[in-house]
Design a protein around this ligand. Structure first.
Ligand code: MOS
Length: 694
C-alpha cells in the first residue's frame, strides 16, 4: 500500500508551484481568455463630473455604430435588488450600478455599450452623449477640516495630553500617498445568462463571495451564479470585495441572454472603478525617558472616505499593539468626499499605519542618542499593550537581532550624513513590521476525494491569486494524508466547490490550510489506510478557542541601505533585507516570494507610488503606468528575505501565520530612516523624492 509509512516532509519544502508550467507556457487561462461562443464586448461610459445628476443620455449615435447590440444606462438597465443584504465586506451603494441618475464621483459608471467587437463597443462608447446637472464637488483631504468624523471611540490609556515630563518628545505629521492597486491582470469578467443561471469567469480573490453577492443583487440563489476563477493575475485587495465592473458585466449579460459578454478594464479605468488606498495624514507624538522607555504614544490618523459608503483606513490600528506606554491614544478621523470608495490594498491599515510611528521611533532614537534597534528592544512589551492578552508568540526582537547581524548594522556610521562614496551619500535604516493573525472573514470547507491509484483530490472554492496557495495546500494535504506530494491534486477557484473564505487579510493559507488539514484527518478517520476509489470526506474550518486568549501577530524587521546623489538628489536603494517571524513556513519558495514581493511593493511605496487627484475635476490625473510609477526590476538591487524558526502552537493547527502582507509593512519607514542617516534630511511624506535632498 502506497500510503503507509510515509514520513511527513512536504510542509516546509521549497516545492515548485504546481501551476508554474501552465503559467510559464501561457496555457493557464485567465478570466478574459475563456473561449466562449457568441462573445460580445462591453465598453463602459464613465462620468465626467465628480458630483451631480445625469439629465439625459443620448444613445442615438452610439446605436448607429455597426455591430452595437445595446447601450445601457440607468433608464434601461436591468433592475438590481439594491436593498439586498450583502456580505459585510461589500459596500452595497458602490454596486448599485446604473440604478439611478446620481453621480457620486468622477469616473463612476453611467453607461455601457455592448457590441459584436471590442472596437465597435469602444467607438460607440465615445459617441454616447451624457448631459449632467453638475453640483460643486469637494475632494480636499485635510486633517484641519471641521467635518471630520471619528468612526469609533479612540483607544485611550492613561492621559496622553498631560503625559508626565519626558526627556525627549517627538511630534510630527507624517503623510502617505493615495495609491492604486495595479495587479498585472486587469479586473475582468465574462458573463453569460442562459435565462435561469448566470456564469461568470471572473478575476477575483474569492469566487464564493462574488457568487453570493451577485446572486443577492439579482435576486437569485447563489447556486445559480457560478463563478469560475482558477487563475488570477494578482489582486492586492482590489479583487477581494467585488466592485462595480463585475455588476456591470452581470447587467449586460441579463440584457443579452445567451451571449457571453466580456469586460476587461483598461489600466485607466482601473484608476477609477476598483478602489484605492486612501492617503493618510498621521499626527504622531512620542515621549520617552532618557533610557528610551516610552511614556506617551499618541497617534491620530486622518483619511478620506466617500459619500456613497464609508471605508476608513485603519492606520492607527498597528500602533495599539506595537509598544506599551502609560499614556496612549490611537484614533481615526475621516471625511466623506466626492470620491470613489477606498478599499483594501495590501496590508490596509498596517502598511500606511506603520510609516509614521516607525519613522517617529527613529527620530526618537536620534533625539535620545540611542541605536534605533536598542530603542525598540527596550520597548518590547510583555503582553499586548492593547488587550493585555499574552502574545501567542512575539519574535520582533529576534528579527531585529538577526537582521542587524545579516545587514552588518554594527558597522553603520554613528552620525547622519557621515558617509559619501563617489558622490553618493550612504545611509542605513531599520523599521519594524507587524501583521495580525486576522480571524477568517468567513467559514471554509474542504473536500478530500480518493481518486484511486494512490491519488487524492483536494477541492475548495479558495483563490490562488498568484501566491502559490494551491501548491502549499497540496503540501499540507500530503502530510496530513501521509502520502507523497505528487499524489495530491488541488482544485480551487470555483464557487461550485465547497465554500472558502476570500483571500484577504493574509488569512488564506491559515484558514484554508487548517480546513484541508482537518478534512484530511477526517478522511483518514473515516476511510483508513486503504480507501476505495471515490471515497470522500469534507470538513469545516475548526474553531480556535486560543484566538480569544492570545494576541496573535507575525513580526518582522526591515533594513534598507539608501544612497542619494549629492548633486541631483536621486534616490537609490541598493540593499533591502527583511527578517520575519511568521510561524511555520509551509513552502519555503513561495513564502520567500511573498516576502520579497511585499518588500518590493514597500519600496515602490517609499519611492514611487502616488495617485495625484486633481481637486478641480476630482479624478486621478496619472492613471496609467507611464505616470503612476511602480518599482521595476531596475529599482530593486540586492533584496533578501529571511525568517526565523518560530513555533506557535496557538494560531491554528498548522502553526502558520499569514505572510502575504507583512512584507510591505515597515519597508517605507526603513527607507525613509536610511535616507535620514544618509543625508540628515528627515522625510515625513511619502513618496520620498529627489527634491527632498537638494
Ligand atoms: Mo489583502 S489587501 O487583505 O487582499
Amino acid at each position: 500500500m502506497t500510503t503507509v509509512n510515509h514520513t511527513a516532509t512536504a510542509v516546509g519544502a521549497a516545492a515548485p508551484r504546481s501551476d508554474g508550467p501552465e503559467k510559464a507556457a501561457g496555457t493557464a487561462r485567465y478570466a478574459y481568455e475563456y473561449e466562449v461562443a457568441d462573445a460580445a464586448y462591453i465598453a463602459p461610459v464613465q462620468a465626467t463630473v465628480a458630483r451631480g445628476r445625469v439629465l439625459e443620455v443620448d444613445t442615438a449615435d452610439a446605436e448607429a455604430v455597426d455591430g452595437v447590440l445595446t447601450v445601457l444606462w440607468h433608464g434601461n438597465a436591468p433592475r438590481l435588488d439594491t436593498d439586498a443584504e450583502l456580505d459585510p465586506l461589500q459596500k452595497p451603494a458602490e454596486l448599485a450600478v446604473l440604478q439611478s441618475a446620481e453621480v457620486a464621483y468622477r469616473g463612476q459608471l453611467v453607461g455601457a455599450v455592448v457590441a459584436e467587437t471590442f472596437e465597435a463597443a469602444r467607438r460607440a462608447a465615445a459617441l454616447v452623449t451624457v448631459r449632467y446637472e453638475q453640483i460643486p464637488h469637494d475632494t480636499d483631504l485635510s486633517d484641519q477640516r471641521s467635518d471630520l468624523f471619528a468612526p469609533e471611540e479612540d483607544h485611550l490609556q492613561g492621559d496622553v495630553d498631560t503625559a508626565e515630563p519626558a526627556d525627549a518628545v517627538v511630534e510630527h505629521t507624517y503623510t502617505t500617498a493615495m495609491q492604486h492597486n495595479n495587479p498585472m491582470e486587469p479586473h475582468s469578467t465574462i458573463a453569460h445568462w442562459d435565462g435561469a443561471a448566470l456564469t461568470l469567469y471572473e478575476s477575483t480573490q474569492g469566487a464564493p463571495l462574488v457568487s453570493s453577492t451577485v446572486a443577492a443583487l439579482l435576486d437569485l440563489e447563489p447556486a445559480d451564479v457560478r463563478v469560475v476563477a482558477p487563475y488570477v493575475g494578482g489582486g492586492f485587495g482590489s479583487k477581494g470585495p467585488l466592485h462595480a465592473p463585475t455588476v456591470l458585466a452581470a447587467l449586460a449579460a441579463l440584457a443579452l441572454p445567451g451571449r457571453s459578454v466580456k469586460l476587461a478594464l483598461t489600466r485607466r479605468q482601473m484608476f477609477a472603478l476598483v478602489g484605492y488606498r486612501s492617503p493618510t495624514i498621521q499626527r504622531v507624538r512620542l515621549s520617552a525617558a532618557a533610557d528610551g522607555r516610552l511614556s506617551g504614544i499618541d497617534m491620530v490618523s486622518t483619511s478620506q472616505s466617500s459619500h456613497i459608503a464609508d471605508f476608513v483606513e485603519q492606520a492607527a490600528l498597528p500602533a495599539k499593539s506595537m509598544y506599551a506606554a502609560p499614556n496612549r491614544r490611537m484614533g481615526h478621523r475621516a471625511v466623506r468626499l466626492d470620491v470613489a470608495v477606498p478599499t483594501w490594498m495590501r496590508a490596509p491599515g498596517e502598511c500606511p499605519g506603520m510609516f509614521g510611528p516607525e519613522v517617529a521611533m527613529d527620530e526618537l532614537a536620534w533625539a535620545l542618542g540611542l541605536d534605533p534597534i536598542e530603542l525598540r528592544l527596550r520597548n518590547e512589551p510583555e503582553t499586548d499593550p492593547h488587550t493585555h492578552k499574552p502574545f501567542s508568540s512575539r519574535n520582533l526582537a529576534a528579527c531585529l537581532r538577526e537582521g542587524a547581524r545579516r545587514f552588518d548594522w554594527a558597522d553603520r556610521a554613528p552620525a547622519p550624513a557621515a558617509r559619501t562614496e563617489n558622490g553618493w551619500r550612504v545611509g542605513l535604516g531599520v523599521a519594524a513590521s507587524a501583521y495580525p493573525v486576522v480571524p477568517p472573514p468567513a467559514h471554509s470547507r474542504a473536500r478530500i476525494r480518493y481518486e484511486g491509484e494512490g491519488r487524492y483530490l483536494v477541492a475548495l472554492g479558495a483563490a490562488d491569486i498568484g501566491t502559490g496557495a494551491a501548491t502549499a495546500l497540496a503540501q499540507i494535504a500530503a502530510d496530513a494524508l501521509r502520502v507523497p506530494l505528487e499524489r495530491v491534486r488541488v482544485r480551487l477557484g470555483d464557487s461550485a466547490l465547497p465554500h472558502a473564505s476570500v483571500a484577504g487579510g493574509s488569512t488564506g493559507l491559515m484558514s484554508w490550510g487548517s480546513t484541508v488539514h482537518t478534512a484530511a484527518g477526517a478522511f483518514r478517520g473515516r476511510h483508513g489506510e486503504a480507501p476505495e476509489p471515490g471515497a470522500e470526506a469534507e470538513s469545516d474550518l475548526p474553531e480556535n478557542p486560543a484566538a480569544q486568549e492570545y494576541a496573535m501577530y507575525a513580526y518582522g524587521a526591515q533594513f534598507a541601505e539608501v544612497r542619494t546623489h549629492a548633486e541631483t538628489g536621486e534616490v537609490r536603494v541598493p540593499r533591502l533585507l527583511g527578517v520575519f517571524a511568521a510561524g511555520r513556513i509551509v513552502n519555503a519558495r513561495t513564502a520567500r516570494s511573498q516576502f520579497l514581493g511585499g518588500m518590493t511593493m514597500g519600496l515602490s511605496m517609499a519611492l514611487h507610488e502616488e495617485s495625484v487627484l486633481d481637486p478641480r475635476f476630482g479624478h486621478t490625473v496619472n492613471g496609467d503606468l507611464a505616470e503612476y510609477h511602480i518599482a521595476a526590476n531596475a529599482d530593486v538591487e540586492d533584496i533578501q528575505a529571511h525568517w526565523i524558526d518560530e513555533e506557535d502552537p496557538h494560531v491554528n493547527p498548522l502553526g502558520a501565520k499569514g505572510i502575504g502582507e507583512i512584507g510591505i509593512v515597515g519597508t517605507a519607514a526603513a527607507v525613509a530612516n536610511a535616507a535620514y542617516h544618509a543625508t540628515g534630511v528627515r522625510v515625513r511624506s511619502l513618496p520620498v523624492r529627489l527634491d527632498d535632498f537638494i
